[in-house]
Design a protein around this ligand. Structure first.
Ligand SMILES: C[S@@+](CC[C@H](N)C(=O)[O-])C[C@H]1O[C@@H](n2cnc3c(N)ncnc32)[C@H](O)[C@@H]1O
Length: 229
């Protein structure tokens, strides 16, 4: 599965940002800002963003941690990170980018104040292992931040489901030439555990003293914050 995921993201990498912005009408930037706010990130913090892709989440952390903080973005698919260093520079930020699998992070225990993952955990072969690794490299009292799609409830949920099944793969396909990748996005998002179910997965790692979640845009996505024990 990992190899197939890596190959799929390599193919859509050059058009990933534009399709993100069109498909979410730019709202994803607001979700990232909120994730940073909820994380409690402060000046001087060291932040690791896993499955960083084109770097939008680690860039969003940039303002909060300032020049004295450390910013590191990692992904197991280098083509996804291709545009990230340039984007960071254009935002006036100094961010390191390294290739790493979230299930086997090459960093020592208790290294970071925060480890985050945006729209990545759903793609990881063993999400619990990834979460445990993120918690391992974060200091006690630090935060693991997960931003991930879920399933909105009620009438809005039905409208969103219709959009996801019928419209999203067509637009994604036109923008990237890879309609399958956007059918994959729809299918994995529709099935991925959210709310208490995802909290349970985090809890089962045994690494968190407190876990909370916040829906964004009616539950299209969720921000989970785990405090490392
Ligand atoms: C939907 S993109 C999200 C990118 C970025 N975080 C964002 O918020 O836009 C998912 C990313 O997860 C990465 N990924 C999937 N499995 C991974 C793993 N086991 N370790 C590291 N990165 C992984 C993919 O390469 C891809 O860049």
């Amino acid at each position: 599965m990992s190899e197939a995921v890596r190959a799929m993201f390599s193919e859509i990498a050059p058009k990933y940002d534009i399709s993100n912005t069109v498909l979410s009408a730019g709202i994803h930037h607001r979700w990232r800002k909120k994730a940073v706010t909820l994380s409690g990130a402060k000046v001087g913090d060291a932040v690791l963003d896993c499955a960083t892709g084109t770097g939008d989440l680690i860039i969003a952390f940039g303002k909060a941690v300032g020049k004295t903080g450390r910013l590191l973005g990692t992904d197991f698919c280098s083509p996804m990170m291709h545009s990230a260093p340039d984007k960071a520079r254009k935002n006036g930020l100094s961010i390191e980018f390294q290739e790493a699998d979230v299930m086997n992070l090459p960093y020592s225990d208790n290294t970071f104040s925060i480890a985050s993952i945006g729209f990545g955990i759903r793609n990881v072969d063993d999400p619990m292992k990834g979460l445990a690794e993120m918690a391992r490299v974060v200091k006690s009292g630090g935060k693991v931040v997960v931003l991930e799609f879920g399933q909105p409830n009620g009438v809005f949920g039905k409208i969103f489901q219709w959009y996801s099944v019928h419209i999203l793969p067509i637009i994604g396909g036109i923008l990237t030439g890879k309609k399958d990748a956007y059918s994959y996005l729809q299918k994995t998002s529709a099935q991925f555990p959210c709310r208490e179910e995802f909290v349970n997965i985090m809890d089962k790692t045994g690494q968190f003293s407190h876990i909370s979640y916040t829906p964004v845009t009616g539950g299209i996505a969720y921000i989970y914050i785990g405090t490392v024990a």
